[in-house]
Design a protein around this ligand. Sequence first.
Ligand SMILES: C[S@@+](CC[C@H](N)C(=O)[O-])C[C@H]1O[C@@H](n2cnc3c(N)ncnc32)[C@H](O)[C@@H]1O
Length: 249
Amino acid sequence: MTDTEKRTASGHFYGLGVGPGPAGLLPVAALEALQNADHIYAPRSRVSAASVALEALRDLDFDHSRVREIEFNMDGDDARIGHHYAGLAREIAALGRQGQRVAYLTIGDAMTYSTLGYLVAALRREAPELPQTVLPGVTSYAAAAARAGFSLGEGKERVLILPCPDDVSTLAADIRANDVVVLMKVGRRLSAVLEVLRELGISEHCALAHRLGLGGEVVLPSLSSVPDAEQLGYLSVLLIRKTKPRRFS
Ligand SMILES: C[S@@+](CC[C@H](N)C(=O)[O-])C[C@H]1O[C@@H](n2cnc3c(N)ncnc32)[C@H](O)[C@@H]1O
């Protein structure tokens, strides 16, 4: 079989960034790929009852019977993570060889802090002949900035995208070295982060978005007073600005 025949006989893999929710933020190209997929893999965290990616697609018209939820494995052990994605790649490659179209969902943008990166790499090793298309999505912080009316950089401002450090005391230096810091993966560290913002005197013009587009959504355009900080850190993004935004009036 020639290379061209192999490609024609094979299916297709689509990595889809589904946005943070609500479903209206899914790009048209991703919706088409979703509706045409024979198999839809929806990763679910071990600690969640449901897949957040699927929740972000609620109310959209596609064949839910084609969805397969899979637990994703992010326990920090590289060998186990590698084994997990190699197995998944083998499974998807086998479907591809049967001419099936397979979609893999990921929240927000497809390649921003996403497990999809591991799968794409594993598929390139396992099935280099399988055509792959990754479609980008709206990041959580783009959606948060839009909702909070928060400018992610004006003029030549420096913007840093940062997963929240375990040692929150290092955060002040990052804030001082940039103009805007997008802080992701905050979790249980939210109270400590809020304390850093208070010490820097910038809480008032920083923002937080929790579970954007999902059940229990909270959007705070100012962090002067944050109720329930113990809970609000999970699935949240913080938008931090070193100085007040410029206002032209
Ligand atoms: C594994 S990363 C996924 C990032 C995602 N690919 C993106 O483009 O935003 C998970 C982090 O994204 C942010 N996030 C994802 N979905 C969110 C949502 N619906 N509301 C608020 N933050 C969200 C949180 O900071 C969370 O800890």
